[in-house]
Write a protein that binds this ligand. Structure first.
Ligand code: SF4
Ligand code: SF4
Length: 299
């Protein structure tokens, strides 16, 4: 049977930044958290995201024994400044539409597992960040983001992908804790323009620009439009001001050619005037959904 070492080697070969293992026990604390905050998270159940169901790995894969968590480091290359001003970095080169980057890596890792007798599921609704912390990959910030422990200069510019598997692997030492230094006076909370962050590691997703841009139905609520400023899709303010991110943000990186090539198409003035054809030709293939673009597409 496949060993942890062989899986780690394959994950590294596929260029995942890090990998960890945890058991498939239920995420009881997450369930309790969600149950106690249905006013803020009830919408997620209403639209069928199944976050409560995702706290029980057996609901995802019958016979689940372990969870393998891999980390994707999405800010290895730099982005044109005019793009960073209006878009969250993690959306600038994502492949949710094209499925030609991260999706291929996940598929390859699952194929490797399958060919060695291990079934896997990659659920959307499992608590990915908590899985990653349980697998010892990093800690949390008071901005509710996950910070790597061994890669990307310990920054938050990573996202975890959890694979629930039907084979038991020894769990790694958990690292579930806050990693914020005492001297940081909650810079993220002060910087959040919509007051989504509460300062105790909790967030009201209904006020967060990132949540609003991919889950908000209809037009942005009036009281949030001015605080939202010039962000069109996503928001990185609570990451930009965080001292834990300074080493990675200030590191010189090569320019991302895919994002640089489309920068002119994402000029704010062009997007404001775009029609459906422009959206489909220029933007739609590389951006998941964008309220401004959807609005334009309806013309
Ligand atoms: S992403 Fe923006 S709106 Fe959301 S919590 Fe961070 S600073 Fe606030
Ligand atoms: S800004 Fe300060 S409080 Fe907020 S996540 Fe970063 S270190 Fe923690």
């Amino acid at each position: 049977m496949l060993t942890k070492k062989e899986i780690i080697t394959e994950a590294k070969r596929l260029k995942f930044a890090d990998i960890g293992f945890t058991g498939a026990e239920p995420f009881a604390s997450q369930k309790e958290y969600l149950m106690g905050r249905q006013e803020e998270y009830g919408w997620a159940e209403a639209i069928g995201l199944g976050l409560l169901s995702g706290t029980e790995p057996q609901n995802i894969l019958t016979g689940a024994k372990s969870i393998i968590v891999v980390l994707e480091s999405y800010f290895e290359e730099s982005f044109p400044l005019q793009m960073e001003r209006h878009f969250g970095r993690c959306y600038l080169d994502d492949d949710r539409v094209t499925k030609d980057k991260l999706a291929l890596k996940i598929k390859a890792l699952r194929k490797f597992l399958r060919e060695n007798g291990v079934d896997s599921k990659v659920p959307f609704n499992l608590p990915h960040r908590l899985s990653a912390a349980r697998a010892g990959l990093g800690t949390f910030g008071k901005n509710c983001l996950f910070y790597a422990r061994r890669v990307a200069a310990e920054s938050s510019f990573v996202f975890p992908i959890a694979l629930v598997v039907n084979h038991e692997f020894a769990a790694d030492e958990p690292s579930v804790s806050y990693g914020c230094p005492d001297w940081c006076r909650n810079a993220c909370v002060a910087a959040c323009p919509t007051r989504a962050l509460k300062g105790d590691g909790k967030i009201d997703p209904r006020r967060c620009i990132s949540f609003l841009t991919y889950y908000g139905g209809g037009l942005t609520p009036l009281e949030l439009r001015e605080p939202m400023g010039m962000y069109v899709y996503g928001c990185d303010r609570c990451q930009n001001v965080c001292p834990r991110n300074t080493p990675w943000m200030t590191m010189v990186k090569p320019l991302n050619p895919r994002v640089a090539a489309k920068a002119a198409d994402f000029e704010i003035s062009s997007m404001l005037h775009m029609d459906k054809q422009y959206f489909l030709e220029k933007s739609g293939r590389t951006c998941f959904t964008c309220p401004l673009m959807t609005f334009g597409a309806g013309k």
